[in-house]
Design a protein around this ligand. Structure first.
Ligand code: ZN
Length: 234
């Protein structure tokens, strides 16, 4: 009691994440919002996108203040946090993808006489899995695969939500007003938040972005050498 309640970077991120779920729900203009939710590879996108505002200058300077000095988080520390975000991403992306692809391969395989151990080995070899990296979840404990309809072949969904998040974040980053661009924000609410899942997510995303999401933005985010898109001079 009497001690200040300090918030870690992770906690702050979680606040923004959960607030994203709240905004998604509160923006709803469909008649039955709870009936228009729950697409596994889509619902985490709205919340993950909101996390991107945490590291914008406005939020840093207004809210991320030291509890004793009242000073905003110093730019050097912010730069460090951003730089650390790409640490080990090659490894993490590969180990995740191995599990996500195995999940799909198991569901495509003929279960009769299937030897899971052998199947895992053969599949990973066919995928050219680097031997230095192991799967995030090896098959014997990878409960997502057959735990129920919600997760069956759904493990990729976490990564797909990241693809959408990174691509949508670039729409803001490229806009004249950046993350506070009113026009992009209005499109975000109109096409991606308000309809919930009443519009097919792929179509809703196209309405927002003018094209399908590509993996390039996520690759850049994670530090892979994918060049930034050329700005259209119009
Ligand atoms: Zn969430």
């Amino acid at each position: 009691p009497g001690e200040p309640v300090l918030i870690s970077w992770d906690d702050a991120n979680t606040f923004f994440h959960e607030f994203g779920h709240a905004l998604h729900f509160l923006s709803s203009n469909v008649k039955y919002p709870t009936l228009n939710s729950g697409v596994r590879d889509y619902t985490e996108f709205h919340s993950q996108l909101l996390e991107r505002w945490l590291s914008t200058d406005k939020v840093i300077n207004q809210f991320l203040k030291h509890h004793e000095t009242g000073n905003a988080m110093p730019p050097a520390l912010v730069a460090k946090i951003k730089k650390a975000a790409t640490f080990n991403q090659g490894f993490e992306t590969t180990e995740f993808l191995a599990s996500a692809l195995m999940d799909m391969k198991f569901h495509l395989a003929d279960p009769q006489h299937l030897d899971p151990d052998k199947f895992e080995k053969e599949t990973l070899t066919a995928l050219k899995m680097p031997k230095e990296v192991v799967m995030r979840h090896r098959s014997p404990h990878f409960t997502h695969v057959f735990s129920g309809e919600g997760y069956a072949t759904g493990y990729y969904g976490y990564l797909w939500a990241d693809v959408l998040t990174a691509d949508a974040a670039e729409a803001f980053a490229e806009a004249p007003g950046g993350f506070y661009d009113k026009e992009v924000a209005a499109r975000l609410v109109k096409y991606l938040y308000a309809p919930r899942n009443a519009t097919d997510p792929a179509e809703a995303y196209r309405q927002f972005r003018g094209r399908d999401a590509t993996i390039d933005a996520l690759m850049r985010d994670r530090g892979f050498p994918v060049p930034a898109p050329k700005k259209n001079k119009s």
